[in-house]
Design a protein around this ligand. Structure first.
Ligand SMILES: [Zn+2]
Ligand SMILES: [Zn+2]
Length: 315
């Protein structure tokens, strides 16, 4: 499978030259199942993802791989915070004739059905158009933990701790490779854990065990966690620890703090050293093909355009 990183920022989009390399858009990744090599050409368009995880402002970047074709696929949202949903109404290809947009969100229990709860944010006076009326083939469904088949992929959902609404992490498999996606996660909510950075709890381990790539909340560093832990995120050092404990082949630091510059993200990766699992920082525009065949950093840089939408010649 190919993992497209459309938005890697946490909390809010940013702008400025100091964020150019890791990107400005909020959480959104896509899973494609056909080999892609430089995704502005026709073959790459066929590889455009049909399964999307989260729809922050990075969701708009799908237009770069759809080549003017309507989006037809499923969007699994981890939770309803703004930075994971605000791109939904702005992908033009999701409203073209022939579109299909099936949105799955954690079931909202006593708060009401999923579409009603989403429309608290996507209806006047907050937003002009209710989410289910953006196109004739849009649907919103609440889901519970468990495994289901979507777009030819197996996707498992498990509830994980994160403040302010029910939150899922996801594990996606195509039968030969797998990915875990936990963009917002507060493991300290379940205890300090062995290093004081949070528990390696059963849901996180179940999602991450043996995956080719663990994409995980790394909004903070261990040194920041005491002061910023109230924001309900993880430290980069926890991500490495979870990756090692779960036997992941590589980890991608994700959901970067909106104030974190490119240079500071580089510094965090450098300071992690050689922790026993491959570590990369997720970068907007990056595509990683799984299963990994070598060094994750090399694999990523070999197929990744500098910015989404810019064709790169095959290596
Ligand atoms: Zn978030
Ligand atoms: Zn959140």
């Amino acid at each position: 499978m190919n993992v497209f990183f459309f938005g890697c920022r946490g909390s809010t989009p940013v702008s400025g030259d100091e964020y150019r390399r890791y990107g400005t858009a909020t959480s959104c990744i896509g899973i494609g199942t056909v080999a892609a090599a430089g995704y502005a050409d026709a073959a790459a368009r066929k590889a455009a993802p049909r399964l999307v995880l989260d729809a922050g402002t990075g969701f708009i970047n799908l237009e770069r791989v759809l080549g003017g074709e309507p989006f037809r696929g499923s969007v699994c949202i981890t939770h309803l915070h703004w930075d994971h949903t605000h791109g939904l109404p702005f992908l033009r290809e999701a409203c073209l004739q022939g579109h299909r947009v099936d949105i799955y969100v954690p079931g909202q229990g006593s708060l009401g059905d999923a579409e009603t709860v989403m429309n608290r944010a996507f209806s006047p006076p907050h937003f002009p158009v209710p989410i289910g009326t953006l196109g004739e083939s849009w649907s919103v469904s609440g889901i519970e933990p468990g495994t289901r088949e979507l777009e030819g992929l197996s996707i498992r959902a498990e509830e994980i701790p994160h403040k302010g609404g029910r939150t899922f992490g996801y594990r996606v498999s195509d039968g030969t490779s797998s990915l875990a996606y936990l963009p917002d996660h507060e493991p300290c909510a379940l205890g300090a854990g062995p290093e004081g950075l949070g528990e390696y709890h059963p849901a996180a381990l179940a999602l991450a065990t043996g995956v080719d790539l663990l994409v995980h909340d790394a909004q903070h560093t261990a040194a920041e966690l005491h002061a910023l832990g109230f924001m309900s995120h993880s430290a980069a050092e926890y991500v490495v620890g979870l990756g090692v404990a779960a036997g992941a082949k590589a980890v991608a630091l994700f959901h970067h703090d909106p104030h974190r510059t490119d240079a500071q993200i580089d510094e965090i990766v450098a300071q992690l050293g050689d922790p026993g699992v491959q570590v990369i920082a997720a970068r907007e525009g990056m595509v990683i093909s799984l299963p990994l065949v070598g060094d994750a950093r090399a694999d990523a840089s070999a197929v990744v355009p500098a910015r989404i939408g810019r064709a790169v010649p095959p290596p």
